[in-house]
Write a protein that binds this ligand. Structure first.
Ligand SMILES: [Zn+2]
Length: 488
């Protein structure tokens, strides 16, 4: 059996239109998925949309639409964006689909039966934007939501609770036994400290929200949107049957190898979802990785600022692959990053137009004119010391890709590109082929072997570019500039 790799994006909330934040997470998953596929791994890549809750109801109403119509439209926009971004997902799940709702109700009933969910009443301060109660220690000093900086509303309601408190020690032990579960390491401490302070049971139903999945046999309540949405990772791959003891389909992909998310939803994935799985007696995911946020020209991106970086604009102007390259080369994955037009243009011109583009067109041009046999020989060593480094470069690249250190993986590839550019400048193959043809041909053949590796290594990040590079290597035809320089 081939190895499997189950990777998920978060389910995107259809409260807003897709923007660079969504694009970033999803393309990151696509890069990993493509990389794993290139290694012969059986990848299953899940994405989708989170469609319930009071916010959706409200947003739809403001737009003069019913919630289902609204969610249909926004979900379609997400799908369109993934197409434009060349994201090769295997499954797109929507939480309003019957296949998901059935599982959510089944989980609820099961946990009610086992006593992990119980009925009580809740009194607290509620943030309507979070759709969550914010306890005093989380709220800001002036009693506002720490995420939305909005006033909280005091509420009391009958509610069902999930016994999260029961799982604190088990979670701590799990984090300890699985030190790479919470990634990157820099963000794990916050989670561990939060759990150490003691977990409270959480309210998992709402009587005020009608746009949601009903609690089984008590349809005055709908299931809390987070408790519903998290289950998509299982509902999409057969968790419903697994709860009935039929594990066959579920085991094909579960446990998830990685849940890739933004840091703002780390707690839900690092604490609540694992506790739910423990309560259900199911295996833990292998890793939850929380990446950072983008700012734009030094400012936080927000609706009110109207400064969201629109991936469509960048792609229209500079091409998809330049966008995919930039966001993963510019900032170490996991950290926060700033998007600036100046650095985008700079990287485009130096890394793509100059380093990569010129190297390929130069070498392919001379090779096309001077090589009789166009077939590239694997591991060809012409005595110029270039190909002998390739195994080391490959293993370095692999290590970085496995660690999600995308910027480092690209750095490794660009170090090779830079070495090849230097060697080309030093040896001047266009002169060599005139003075000593055999030697010149050997040099070109050695560089071509290296360029094959470059094409392979850029493929997960820039799939279309890689296809074009491979095509040109196969025919030794120079073609149009891949990345025409941006003029100011
Ligand atoms: Zn809030």
């Amino acid at each position: 059996m081939t190895k499997k790799f189950y990777i998920t994006t978060p389910l995107y909330y259809v409260n807003s239109q897709p923007h660079i934040g969504h694009a970033y997470t999803t393309v990151a998953c696509d890069i990993l998925a493509r990389y794993k596929k290139s290694k012969g791994v059986g990848v299953h890549f899940l994405t989708g949309t989170d469609e319930h809750g009071a916010n959706i109801e409200k947003t739809a109403k403001e737009a003069g639409k019913d919630p289902q119509q609204w969610t249909d439209e926004v979900a379609a926009k997400f799908k369109d964006l993934w197409k434009i971004l060349n994201v090769e997902y295997d499954d797109f799940i929507r939480t309003t689909e019957p296949r998901h709702k059935e599982v959510v109700q089944k989980v609820f009933a099961k946990l009610l039966e086992s006593g992990d969910i119980y009925k009580g009443s809740y009194e607290g301060n509620y943030c309507y934007s979070c759709e969550a109660y914010i306890d005093d220690k989380e709220a800001t000093k002036d009693g506002k939501c720490p995420f939305h900086k909005k006033e909280l509303t005091p509420l009391k309601e009958e509610t069902y609770f999930f016994k999260l408190s029961k799982y604190g020690d088990k979670l701590l032990k799990f984090y300890q036994d699985n030190p790479t579960f919470l990634s990157p390491k820099t963000r794990s401490k916050e989670i561990i400290n939060f759990v150490k302070e003691g977990l409270q049971d959480i309210s998992v139903s709402r009587t005020k929200v009608s746009w949601g999945i009903s609690v089984p046999n008590d349809d005055k309540h709908t299931i809390y949107v987070w408790f519903d949405a998290l289950e998509n990772y299982g509902s999409a791959i057969g968790m419903g049957e697994a709860l009935d003891g039929n594990m066959e389909n579920f085991k094909k992909f579960w446990p998830a190898d990685i849940h890739l998310i933004g840091k703002e939803i780390f707690r839900f994935h690092a604490i609540i979802w694992p506790a739910m799985l423990m309560a259900l007696g199911l295996e833990m995911p292998k890793k939850v990785f929380a990446h950072g946020w983008w700012t734009a020209e030094g400012e936080k991106m927000s609706k009110s600022m109207g400064n969201f970086v629109n991936p469509h604009d960048l792609i229209d102007k500079f091409g998809l692959d330049a966008f995919r390259y930039f966001v993963f080369r510019e900032v170490p994955f996991g950290n926060d990053g700033d998007f600036s037009m100046t650095s985008f243009k700079q990287r485009y011109n130096s890394d793509l137009a100059n380093d990569l583009g010129n190297l390929f067109s130069r070498i392919i041009n001379i090779a096309g004119k001077n090589l009789e046999d166009k077939k590239i020989e694997a591991n060809f060593d012409g005595g110029f010391g270039l190909t002998k480094n390739l195994p080391k470069i490959s293993s370095e690249y692999d290590k970085y890709m496995e660690d999600l250190a995308f910027d480092k993986a690209l750095e490794t590839t660009w170090k090779l590109i830079s070495d090849l550019n230097k060697a080309t400048a030093t040896h001047q193959p266009w002169v060599m082929v005139k003075e000593d043809k055999e030697k010149g041909v050997k040099f070109l053949k050695e560089v071509l072997v290296c360029l094959e590796l470059v094409a392979k290594q850029v493929a997960p990040f820039m799939p279309d570019t890689a296809t074009e590079l491979k095509k040109r290597l196969a025919t030794l035809e120079k073609g149009e500039p891949l990345f025409p320089r941006i003029q100011d």
